[in-house]
Design a protein around this ligand. Structure first.
Ligand code: ZN
Length: 499
């Protein structure tokens, strides 16, 4: 929409709200704010600026859509604006601190409010952040106590399914591994136990050999055949599922846990092994990811709750990218970076990693799975005179606690442009380049950017599934901004999950 139209609409929204606020005026307070219902604002705009209103309706269909679409800053001159429910308004701590005051009139709960307040960032005190950090850690410890037994059961289920699959495909070199968040143990108690059938990767150069290799493993996708073997090891309610991109078997283990088994052609497992390597580097990463997963689940901001939203995989890449490249003092290095020198023969990078052959744009191409497994992080002032065996020391100057990192994470991703691209692969400039028009471009850590440029097929295959829809990103950003504001006003972690 034309800048002048947007400007006129927002200017009118602010002026109307200041002149018609329904919040009590508090003369003792010099912080300025004003509130109107979205409904009255809508009616007024329609009459006062009809031409601009019509253009807006043509493009966005409602005033709410228009206001939410302005997710870049939600600012107009010195004002910040938000749309909130009555419930959110009543619970908002800014109200308690008098920057927003009590409403003069009774408003039905179904109404939404348009609020504006002056552009000054709330102060975050050390004390607030410490409380926040403690509340994240308390949640994390509780969640892990609950999950410890479940993880043990999950590993036992994997062993059972592994036996069944080896039996079913005794002539092939196959095994079963936990995949997705079951592999990194970042999932929740009621999540599916995700498993993948793995087989050795092909790393040759001959097209004929590759075709034979594919043919040899075709049988692994016969999920009716697999179901029969799963039933033989005692699995209940086994049924094959055929979706657009994958075939899988869903079943229930006698322990009561629901499981999903699919064929992993290598990349699921390899990506999660990379994530696991990162999780080992710093003790703040796992609780931070878990906290963000929990927040996203409570707010229904993930794909498992709503199609079109970010996947857990996307969240992990976003968090690692932020910790690696978007802080003044990074928490972690990029372990795919070739400029890290190491001399440890056991390191995967030193060993040249693993090569996997795939077909992109009808040609055989190689995917290089290569990263350092030798890195150990030491704090700047920590003594590291005695270097650990087989470790490359990387010095970290980051001293942020969990609370600060969570607030900074929400702040960083409160801007739409920070989603394109999100890339944790090699720290070169090319990986910072966006090459699709996806609202969130979550780049694959292993598939070279050149392949994306060669073929749209690769883009569809590796980005679309990881990214999210435009409207979903708007809602996600909106919730991030709201959560950051609440945390900055001294709220605890559980508060932002319940808003
Ligand atoms: Zn290394």
């Amino acid at each position: 929409m034309d800048f002048k139209v947007t400007d006129k609409l927002l200017s009118h929204c602010v002026v109307y709200t200041i002149n018609n606020t329904i919040a009590e005026r508090d003369k003792s307070n010099n912080k300025r704010s004003a509130v109107v219902t979205l409904k009255t604002l809508d009616e007024n705009l329609q009459q006062a600026v009809p031409t601009e209103y019509e253009i807006m309706m043509h493009q966005y269909s409602t005033l709410l859509e228009f206001l939410l679409s302005k997710n870049q800053s939600k600012k107009y001159k010195e004002w910040i604006y938000e749309v909130v429910t009555i419930n959110q308004y009543n619970q908002d701590s800014r109200r308690l601190k008098n920057s927003l005051t009590r409403l003069q009139t009774h408003i039905p709960f179904s109404e939404r409010l348009f609020i504006i307040y002056q552009n000054e960032a709330p102060e975050v005190t050390d004390c607030d952040v410490k409380l926040l950090t403690n509340s994240i850690l308390a949640y994390y410890k509780e969640a892990y106590l609950e999950l410890d037994e479940i993880y043990k059961t999950r590993r036992e289920i994997r062993n059972k399914v592994n036996i069944a699959i080896k039996r079913a495909f005794f002539e092939l070199d196959v095994s079963v591994e936990l995949v997705r968040s079951s592999h990194t143990e970042l999932d929740f108690a009621d999540d599916f136990v995700n498993m993948g059938i793995r087989f050795p990767p092909y790393n040759g150069t001959e097209a004929d050999d590759y075709a034979q290799y594919r043919k040899k493993h075709e049988r692994l996708y016969n999920n009716s055949y697999i179901s029969w073997y799963l039933e033989k090891v005692g699995m209940i309610d086994v049924h094959p599922e055929n979706q657009k991109f994958s075939k899988s078997c869903v079943f229930v283990d006698p322990s009561g846990l629901t499981c999903k088994l699919l064929v992993d052609d290598g990349m699921l497992f390899e990506r999660e092994e990379l994530f696991k390597e990162y999780l080992k580097l710093d003790e703040r990463i796992r609780p931070l990811i878990r906290a963000i997963f929990y927040f996203a689940t409570c707010q229904k901001l993930n794909k498992s709750a709503h199609d079109g939203f970010l996947t857990s995989y996307s969240y992990i890449v976003m968090i690692l990218y932020f910790l690696m490249k978007k802080l003044n003092y990074p928490v972690i290095p990029c372990i795919q970076d070739n400029s890290i020198t190491c001399n440890f023969p056991e390191c995967l990078h030193k060993n040249n990693g693993k090569t996997m052959t795939r077909v992109f744009a009808k040609k055989l191409r190689f995917i290089q799975v290569r990263y350092h497994t030798c890195v150990s992080i030491k704090k700047k002032d920590e003594s590291h005179e005695i270097a650990e065996d087989k470790k490359t020391i990387w010095i970290s100057e980051n001293t942020d606690d969990l609370g600060t990192l969570l607030i900074k994470f929400f702040d960083f991703y409160s801007t739409r442009k920070h989603f394109s691209p999100v890339s944790i692969s090699k720290a070169s400039n090319i990986s910072e380049r966006s090459f699709s028009n996806q609202p969130a471009e979550i780049q694959d850590p292993f598939i070279s950017i050149l392949y994306y440029l060669i073929t749209q097929v690769a883009v569809a295959d590796n980005i679309l599934r990881a990214g999210c829809k435009s409207y979903a990103l708007d809602i996600t950003i909106d919730k991030f901004i709201h959560a950051a504001n609440l945390l900055k006003s001294g709220h605890k972690f559980q508060d932002i999950c319940q808003i």
